[in-house]
Design a protein around this ligand. Structure first.
Ligand code: HEM
Length: 406
């Protein structure tokens, strides 16, 4: 068993689970100056599902409290725009914005994309077959979901690599601003990335206004053009940018974290190779075992009691999804990676009205990825001498690279 590393230290980012397990044994709630009240137990996280006293809109101010003035100044314009995004609003705005997108992301809509996702996965792997090795993150886990979401939204493929850099800076801002050793730099890059993404989306929206296509951004533009108050232009921009980022950053990590878990558990890999139909269930076990999104945050609007701890109104609470997924009260032998476990009751897609909109799509992408790797590269191995490094981000569990040979 690895020794627990201090919270948000390099050792924590390499492997947060011993630290989370050690904190959980001390009690159900742990307070940190950076993030607020951390919750570790599956029942406590699930118990918040219908809690009427939690706000995401109020989180924006809490995001910058206590940071250096310069970081606050740089972050403010980004936080100002949060009021246009479903991820950062409360009802009724949240309900209105989300309702414009639900139809495009049903199980049925995601299933209809399966053949296209399979073709994209095969094309990416065809290009690698002769090479005998690849960086899974760069060569597959990033381009697959990025291409899928860009096609769905109607974003030109040629812009993929440019958008990737802006998105990466925005994601660091969203997930690591409060724990970074250099919040000013994170705020500066995050603000620039956000600004660039919004300008890009605004331009694209104008083009689609004049030349609508059968894509999701054109649909949003059409809703906005009816001018019946359902959506304004800022909201169309924010939903487009949110979907572009959420639609690939996390799924990249599902694929990479999953393949790494298989490389570290050869008996599970052999089971998948022997029966690739296990890929569907494997996706949920990967999501439970090493979730791409490690935490979500809310602000309490009333005093609350969680796990016997009194939490005042106006506090930041943080659900530690990776810890709840390894709560031994809920999942027997939680440290064991077992693709036949039937782990669908994890909290990796969230737990309340903000439950992941892209969950069906992400599950299908993950299933196709694991299945295709098992069918095509049963002798997959970690490349000799590979050192694995994660982004220093407590929210998104992201490998920088995953070099493999086959
Ligand atoms: C394995 C991949 C994914 C994981 C682990 C994941 C995880 C999450 C989580 C935990 C939330 C809730 C955040 C919160 O409560 O604060 C969320 C929300 C969201 N996700 Fe995902 N996600 C994934 C893939 C996707 C994909 C592929 C899309 C889009 C196509 C997407 C779009 C969204 C959106 C729009 C929201 C906001 C929903 C709302 O606020 O109502 N996600 N996701």
């Amino acid at each position: 068993m690895t020794a627990p590393a201090p919270l948000f230290s390099p050792g924590y980012f390499a492997n947060p689970y011993p630290t989370l397990a050690a904190l959980r044994t001390q009690g159900p709630v742990f307070q940190t100056p950076q993030l607020g009240y951390m919750l570790f137990q599956h029942a406590d996280v699930r118990g918040l599902a219908r809690c009427p006293h939690l706000s995401k809109a109020l989180l924006e101010q809490a995001r910058i409290e206590g940071l250096p003035e310069e970081a606050q100044r740089l972050a403010k314009p980004v936080l100002e725009r949060a009021k246009f995004s479903m991820l950062q609003t409360d009802p009724p705005t949240h309900t209105r914005l989300r309702s414009q997108a639900t139809k495009a992301f049903t199980t049925r809509a995601a299933e209809a994309m399966r053949p296209r996702i399979e073709a994209l996965a095969d094309a990416l792997l065809d290009a690698m077959t002769e090479t005998g090795g690849m960086d899974v993150v760069r060569d597959f886990a990033f381009p697959l979901p990025a291409t899928v979401i860009m096609e769905l939204l109607g974003v030109p493929a040629a812009d993929r690599d440019q958008l990737k850099q802006w998105t990466a800076d925005a994601v660091t801002f969203l997930g690591a601003l409060r724990t970074s050793a250099d919040p000013v730099a994170v705020a500066r890059k995050g603000a620039e990335g956000n600004e660039a993404l919004r300008a890009y989306a605004a331009d694209l929206i104008e083009k689609k206004r004049g030349d609508p296509q059968p894509d999701f951004i054109s649909q949003l533009v059409q809703v906005q053009q009816t001018e019946d108050g359902r959506m304004n232009v800022d909201e169309v921009i924010s939903q487009s940018v949110l979907l572009l980022a959420a639609g690939h950053e996390t799924t990249t990590n599902l694929i990479a974290n999953g393949l790494l878990a298989f490389l570290r558990h050869p008996e599970q890999w052999r089971a998948l190779c022997a029966d690739p139909t296990l890929a569907r269930g494997a996706v949920d076990e990967v999501l439970r075992y090493d979730p791409p999104v490690q935490l979500t945050a809310r602000v309490t609007t009333e005093p609350m009691e969680i796990g016997g701890v009194a939490i005042p109104a106006g506090s930041r609470i943080v659900t530690m999804l990776g810890a709840a997924n390894r709560d031994p009260e809920h999942f027997p032998e939680p440290e064991r990676f077992d693709i036949r476990r039937g782990a669908a009751d994890h909290v990796s897609f969230g737990f309340d009205r903000h439950l992941c909109l892209g969950a069906h799509l992400a599950r299908i992408e993950g299933e196709i990825a694991f299945r295709r790797f098992a069918e095509r590269f049963p002798d997959l191995r970690l490349a000799d001498g590979a050192t694995l490094e994660y982004q220093a981000n407590p929210t998104f569990r992201a490998l920088k690279a995953l070099p493999v040979t086959f």
